[in-house]
Design a protein around this ligand. Structure first.
Ligand SMILES: Cc1cc2nc3c(=O)[nH]c(=O)nc-3n(C[C@H](O)[C@H](O)[C@H](O)COP(=O)(O)OP(=O)(O)OC[C@H]3O[C@@H](n4cnc5c(N)ncnc54)[C@H](O)[C@@H]3O)c2cc1C
Ligand SMILES: NC(=O)c1ccc[n+]([C@@H]2O[C@H](COP(=O)([O-])OP(=O)(O)OC[C@H]3O[C@@H](n4cnc5c(N)ncnc54)[C@H](OP(=O)(O)O)[C@@H]3O)[C@@H](O)[C@H]2O)c1
Length: 596
């Protein structure tokens, strides 16, 4: 055997510890886990942190890291793609993904309301390294995105590690073992599992919630929520019905034009005005305002010439990422965007000054998530459509009573009223010393870079509190987050790390800095939004303080100094091995560093 070379043995960690107590000549050297403290051990008389030399090259993983991912939407699929294909980590990682639904897709599996679309140009809303030359048009519908996800799932075997119909119900940290113990409800049966690293990819917009409106469930007509896919799957007809759509967030703005086409009367009930913008980056499409289709020739060219597709995506992403500038309060870019959007809204509401007065906000453009409501404003001017601004008092068996005393009967009520965006885990989540994340985050959720939480070691979140969800394409941010997570996984595998936990003081300092930075943004201006957990002037808990490119740069490397780290070995340098590198063992180019 070459010096330093060890056989690849896949053994449980305990077995490895015992194996590592033997030098190649069979000489007992003492273990890494306290065996050297044994009275008969040759460690006698040696320093307390003495360990035997581990007989392998530098950074050789000695055991697979077991990872459990919760959820298989864009985040879970991105993890699968990187572990299986991009970084080929199967030698270091055992991955299990629990998904509560019967298929992958998350947002795009569940949101099936009429008109559901992605407002990021389709070519930059893909897994970053799996572009799709076949997008039918500049913007994709929800169904087309789900089709793309199902296609790549099959093509790259991305659900190899997915266990479907399995909802995680509990995750409890075991400090002694350095493991998470996880409970899962699989088709009604409880199963138990455990892992070294737990990944929460359960989606910040995945738990839809009924609005808190008195009498809502007394309604005898058809009641639905925009994100309740089981209800939309029934293809309930709205033809000729009197329909109320509650809300004017991004979902309602897409639903209203669709239902207004078939309803005898549609009433959109809103509490506050909102900015309706032009479609994002539409000037880069060949026919702005029309969601132009890609021709068969264009698609063929994208298939034949990947550089052409790359150039197109590059142009779109560059333009898109510019938008952060316009999210700075008082910036010239924001004022210009506001002027143009106001003009556009007035133009689209021409002849209806009363609607313009009700709909154009005082607060800054971009404070709430900006939505390019294709056809929304035009729909509000139609004869069968009414905009009702005010507060709902209660819902009765037959209709909706407003606080001003007016009452209208409806056949159907659609609640486009959003999600539980509190970030509280929707399962029992107990960290160090039994601390409970749902309780800690009952009033305010704070994280480290949106990815980790102090007190909950070996745990990552995709798009957690203070995440990069305020502008840009989330698929890019998910890709970068996955890279960061997998750098940690690799480090854990190669350095024999038992646990890593971000320091509370570091997390606190980052949040205080972030709160200060966010005061410069339009998100702080006086609108109610889910970025502030449904409040008008609460803390901006959902958004990353800075641009998404700032986020990308910040998480490019692990800042180990921000973490408390423990090791399986009592001497952290065990992973240095026998003094050889893999290159030497492989008879590689030993002068590789001479580049000029
Ligand atoms: C209607 C709508 C439109 C959107 N449009 C855009 C857009 O235009 N551009 C953009 O960038 N972003 C958009 N978003 C945000 C979108 O959510 C993200 O872009 C992205 O899809 C999030 O992926 P994810 O995997 O992190 O989460 P999700 O897609 O929410 O997936 C989470 C998965 O976790 C599973 N899960 C949850 N809890 C459990 C549990 N306890 N156990 C097991 N599995 C669980 C869910 O079933 C789901 O499959 C939109 C969101 C919505 C709701
Ligand atoms: N890209 C897209 O095309 C797209 C489409 C859909 C969703 N999304 C994503 O999903 C997020 C959530 O969008 P969403 O529209 O589902 O939710 P949302 O933005 O949170 O909007 C919820 C709407 O419901 C209203 N509402 C809530 N409770 C109410 C009550 N009790 N009475 C009356 N009105 C009530 C809110 O009113 P107030 O404003 O008065 O609070 C608001 O208008 C978006 O911000 C976006 O990130 C994106």
């Amino acid at each position: 055997m070459a010096p330093g070379k060890v056989e690849d043995v896949e053994t449980p960690r305990d077995a490895i510890d015992i194996a590592s107590t033997r030098a190649p000549n069979g000489f007992e050297t003492g273990g890494e886990h306290g065996l050297n403290d044994h009275p008969n051990s040759l460690a006698e008389g040696k320093p307390k942190n003495w360990i035997p030399i581990a007989e392998h090259v530098l950074w050789k993983p000695t055991k697979k890291v077991k990872m459990i991912s919760i959820g298989c939407g864009f985040s879970g699929l991105t993890m699968a793609q990187k572990i299986q294909n991009a970084y080929k980590m199967d030698d270091r990682v055992e991955h299990v993904m629990y998904e509560k639904n019967e298929d992958v897709g998350g947002t795009w599996f569940e949101n099936r309301y009429p008109g559901v679309m992605c407002d990021v140009p389709a070519h930059i809303y893909t897994l970053l390294d799996i572009p799709n030359p076949d997008w039918p048009a500049f913007y994709a519908t929800g169904g087309e995105i789900q089709e793309y996800l199902l296609k790549i799932k099959k093509q790259y075997n991305l659900d190899r590690d997915v266990v479907y119909n399995s909802k995680v119900t509990s995750a409890i940290w075991d400090e002694k073992e350095g493991k998470w113990h996880v409970k899962v409800n699989k088709n009604g049966e409880e199963i138990e599992d455990s892992c070294d690293i737990l990944i929460n990819g359960s989606g910040v917009l995945n738990a839809w919630s009924w609005p808190n409106i008195q009498g809502l469930h007394d309604f005898k007509g058809h009641l639905s929520h925009s994100a309740d896919y089981k209800e939309w799957s029934k293809n309930q007809s709205f033809d000729g019905k009197r329909v109320a759509v509650i809300g004017n967030g991004s979902s309602a703005i897409q639903i209203v034009p669709e239902l207004a086409k078939v309803a005898s009367k549609l009433t959109n009930i809103v509490r506050i005005p909102t900015w309706i913008s032009a479609p994002f980056a539409e000037d880069l499409s060949k026919a702005p305002g029309t969601n132009p289709k890609y021709t068969e020739e264009e698609k063929e060219e994208f298939r034949r010439n990947p550089q052409k597709l790359k150039d197109h995506r590059h142009e779109l992403a560059h333009a898109f990422n510019h938008f952060y500038e316009a999210l700075i309060e008082g910036s010239a870019a924001n004022q210009e965007a506001r002027r143009r959007t106001k003009e556009l809204m007035e133009e689209r509401l021409k002849g209806h000054p009363e609607l313009a007065a009700k709909l154009i906000p005082e607060w800054s453009l971009g404070c709430r998530r900006l939505t390019p409501g294709n056809g929304y404003l035009e729909t509000l001017t139609k004869d069968n459509v009414e905009l009702l601004v005010g507060h709902i008092d209660k819902v009765t068996e037959k209709g909706i009573q407003m606080k001003d005393g007016t009452f209208q009967e409806y056949d159907a009520i659609v609640c486009a009223t959003g999600f539980d965006v509190s970030f509280k885990p929707r399962w029992e989540m107990l960290g160090k010393d039994g601390r409970n994340l749902a309780k800690e985050w009952a009033n305010d959720a704070q994280s480290y870079f949106s990815l980790c939480v102090s007190g909950y070691p070996n745990h990552f979140i995709f798009n957690g509190p203070a995440g990069p969800v305020g502008h840009g394409s989330l698929s890019a941010a998910i890709d970068w987050s996955a890279n960061y997570i997998l750098k940690w996984v690799d480090k854990v595998a190669r350095e024999g790390i038992k646990s890593f936990d971000v320091k509370k003081s570091i997390q606190d300092d980052w949040n205080v800095w972030g709160d200060e930075l966010l005061k410069r943004t339009v998100w702080a201006s006086g609108c109610r939004s889910w970025y502030k957990n449904g409040t008008t002037d609460g803390r901006i808990s959902a958004l990353y303080p800075g641009s998404i490119l700032h986020f990308k740069d910040l998480i490019e490397n692990i800042r180990g100094e921000d973490f408390d780290i423990t090791y399986h070995s009592k001497n952290q340098w065990s992973f240095l091995g026998d003094g050889f590198t893999q290159l030497e063992v492989d008879d590689g180019d030993l002068a590789y560093y001479l580049t000029c």
